[in-house]
Design a protein. Structure first.
Lengths: 78, 139
């Protein structure tokens, strides 16, 4: 995993759908265009949800990894 | 308004599971930037009374005891209530919640009895005008 310059972290572990996306969308409003956000989630729907959400909103899914049941996403604001 | 992105939800049922399903659909749409128009009828409207919104509204009959256990476990794990999910959806996006005027009469509810989540009262004609040719989901 490469090191990124993160502006904010959303810890959505143990939250069910759609809270990981809702928290991320809220946090995204507080950062500037081009900045990076990190999201931790355990909801199994997260993989497809974050891929669909970034495509639809124009934000970029820079990186996605999974470790010990925790999904880790890095998203760049459009 | 003829917004093809608009999601129109008619909430009829007043049990916590169906209200939560509706809140999840609302919050998901709000996160995608889709406007949502919610129309509250009958038992769903009753659940939006400010003195009842945070109470237990039971579950649909098909839930059974196992469903009750599953829902309780989710809440105990920190999942927000449907009312809280609706509040977050309204903070996040363009979500308008309107009470059905017929249901207001039927249940003898005044606008001041309703939780601040509810933006106003409208009839079915105003609801259809807001919906345009868009899709309507009934829960």
């Amino acid at each position: 995993m490469t090191t990124h310059d993160l502006t904010a972290t959303v810890d959505a572990r143990n939250l069910s759908c759609p809270m990981p996306i809702v928290r991320t969308a809220q946090q995204m409003k507080t950062i500037a265009s081009g900045q990076l956000i990190e999201v931790l989630a355990t909801d199994p729907g997260s993989l497809k949800d974050f891929s669909a959400w970034t495509r639809s909103t124009g934000n970029t899914l820079v990186e996605q990894t999974q470790e010990n049941g925790v999904f880790h996403f890095i998203i760049r604001r459009a | 308004m003829m917004d093809e992105q608009l999601l129109s939800l008619v909430l009829f049922s007043g049990t916590d599971d169906k209200l939560n399903a509706a809140a999840v659909l609302t919050a998901g749409a709000a996160a995608l930037g889709r406007p949502v128009h919610v129309f509250l009828q009958y038992w769903a409207l009753d659940a939006f009374r400010k003195d009842r919104i945070d109470l237990d509204h039971g579950l649909a009959p098909e839930a059974g005891p196992e469903g009750r256990k599953a829902v309780d476990a989710l809440r105990a794990a920190g999942q927000p209530s449907w009312a809280e999910t609706m509040r977050q959806a309204k903070d996040l996006g363009e979500v308008e919640i309107q009470a059905c005027s017929l249901s207001m009469d039927l249940l003898a509810i005044e606008e001041s009895d309703l939780d601040p989540l509810v933006d106003g009262v409208e009839g079915v004609t105003a609801f259809y005008l807001a919906t345009g040719n868009g899709q309507i989901v009934f829960i």
